[in-house]
Write a protein that binds this ligand. Structure first.
Ligand code: NAD
Ligand code: IMJ
Length: 261
């Protein structure tokens, strides 16, 4: 099959290491012929992400902490100089204080709440506002979410509330940007062992429970999340906007789980 993203320029935010969902997405985008721009949060990640950049033949690797407006402005300027237009943006970023992901949600501090919202939800709005003017031919913005936005998953807490805001932002941004032919969607991935899952209490039990319950009787592979990101960024996804696409082996449809039946 011919390459689905040939001739497209894509920005992927959120590569930390080779387990990152954003790394799987960047690899799939390269496979499909996209010209890639990667961003990383801070100096600590610079070397690793630059190595991925060479491996994936990225056009540029740019530092961008999404909580800093000057970083977003610099990213926008560098992209404007380097690419004729941007066609696709992938936002694969989340953060909350570790202690807010273990004690009861009731104990969430004002600062912890605002931090999770700023990094995990508002950043989609600021990135969309900065990059939409570069998407002169229309295009696609895709973010990553999780079922904890709408169901209670123990310990997901303040992140669940931030994902609810993120998914609502997807709908409002889709409304604002639709007239510019820019589509905005989220992929709701099943649990995947990444750095963002490390140290989460009982994560292996969650993986086993999901695999026992999901219709496909297995967990989610980052490569299948990446292939859905390719679809959404490609012209095949041209009619899809404001949506949350579940890539979770079907877990989300179930009303009872595990070995109950
Ligand atoms: P990851 O830790 O590899 O990725 C998280 C990324 O967020 C990192 O690259 C980190 O540098 C970046 N980040 C955090 N704060 C930032 C800031 N201020 N500025 C810029 N970047 C910042 O983990 P992941 O699992 O690949 O997570 C990617 C996305 O997928 C997240 O939105 C996460 O909520 C979502 N997700 C993960 C799972 C899972 O089970 N791993 C499931 C569903 C959705
Ligand atoms: C995270 C916490 C609690 C339960 C969880 C998760 N489940 C899953 C995740 C069931 C699947 C992973 N996930 C979907 C996330 O969005 C993770 C976000 C995250 C993780 C950390 C860990 C380290 C830290 N801050 C974090 N902030 C956000 O210090």
């Amino acid at each position: 099959m011919s390459q689905l993203l040939a001739g497209k320029h894509a920005v992927v935010l959120g590569v930390l290491n080779k387990w990152s969902i954003a790394y799987a997405i960047a690899s799939a985008f390269t496979r499909e012929g996209a010209s890639l721009f990667l961003t990383y949060q801070n100096e600590k990640q610079k070397q690793t992400v630059e190595e991925f950049g060479s491996e994936l033949k990225a056009a540029a690797v740019i530092q961008c902490d999404v909580t800093k407006q000057e970083d977003i402005a610099r990213l926008t300027g560098e992209l404007r100089n380097a690419a004729p237009v941007i066609d696709a943006v992938v936002h694969s970023i989340a953060f909350a204080n570790k202690e807010d992901l273990s004690r009861p949600y009731l104990e969430t501090s004002r600062d912890g709440y605002l931090l999770a919202q700023e990094v995990s939800a508002y950043s989609l709005v600021s990135v969309a506002r900065a990059l939409a003017p570069l998407m002169a031919k229309g295009g696609s913005i895709t973010t990553l979410t999780y079922l904890g936005s709408s169901r209670v998953l123990p310990n997901y807490n303040v992140m669940g509330v931030a994902k609810a805001a993120l998914e609502a932002s997807v709908r409002y941004l889709a409304h604002d940007l639709g007239p510019s032919n820019i589509r905005v969607n989220a992929i709701s991935a099943g649990p995947i062992k990444t750095a963002s899952a490390r140290g989460i209490k009982d994560f292996s039990k969650i993986l086993d429970g999901v695999a026992a319950t999901a219709p496909l009787r297995r967990n989610t592979d980052p490569a299948e999340v990446a292939d859905t990101a390719v679809f959404l960024a490609s012209d095949l996804g041209r009619g899809v906007t404001g949506n949350v696409v579940f890539v979770d082996a079907g877990f989300q449809i179930m009303g009872i789980g595990g070995t109950a039946l």
